[in-house]
Design a protein around this ligand. Structure first.
Ligand code: IMP
Length: 193
């Protein structure tokens, strides 16, 4: 099988024939994740929240975030249909894996890797609210604030980023690139195509 990921040096990669460079390194991400975990620990003191990770992209952020939460918490996952192999949102969302936990009366914290148009998050929030939780909040590592099409309340945001395609730290390009510990952005000249 031909390799899709080529690591050139510390800062640049080629993924599926397109060039990306580091926009946030692992240290920067981990520092922010620690801050979010500390905030959540304070805000949910005495509440035992259930974190709902959005598969597949949020698995890495969720794992790191949970390790920084210093109160009782639980975890479950939901899975939605994704972009497929494309770099722009199809706008079509489907639920592929349902939550196993009973959310009635619970404090739900949805954990997402990135909010782009907001359509996925709106869809997830509708599912959450239909199960009568006590509260629902959202934590997202990244928010593409210029791409928002529907308004959703984002309670904790790691970084606000421009409308650029990013990979790494759980985020993929055609299912590859998730294993990169840093976050990469498509080089600007590549975006013209
Ligand atoms: P939305 O429904 O348009 O907000 O898209 C949300 C989902 O699209 C995220 O959970 C990601 O899986 C995916 N996504 C959005 N932007 C990017 C990106 O820049 N790189 C990789 N995946 C992305």
């Amino acid at each position: 099988m031909t390799a899709n990921l080529l690591l050139h040096d510390d800062r640049t990669i080629t993924l599926r024939g397109e060039r990306f460079s580091v926009c946030m390194d692992s240290e920067m991400i981990q520092n922010r994740v620690a801050e979010l975990g500390a905030r959540i620990s304070v805000d949910y003191e005495g509440k035992r929240p259930i974190l709902i990770g959005v598969l597949n992209g949020a698995f890495m952020f969720l794992a790191d975030l949970m390790k920084k939460i210093r109160i009782d918490c639980e975890v479950d996952f939901v899975k939605l249909s994704s972009y497929g192999a494309e770099k722009i949102s199809s706008g079509v969302v489907r639920e592929l894996k349902k939550i196993d936990a009973d959310l009635e009366g619970r404090h739900v914290l949805v954990v997402e890797d990135i909010v782009d148009t907001g359509l996925s998050m709106q869809y997830i929030l509708d599912i959450m609210h239909s199960q009568n939780p006590e509260s629902v909040k959202v934590v997202t590592l990244l928010h593409k604030y210029e791409a928002t099409e529907v308004h959703v309340q984002l309670d904790y945001v790691g970084f606000r980023i421009k409308n650029q395609f990013v990979v790494g730290y759980g985020l993929d390009y055609g299912q590859v690139g998730r294993n990169l510990p840093d976050l990469y952005v498509l080089d600007p000249h590549e975006d013209d195509s």
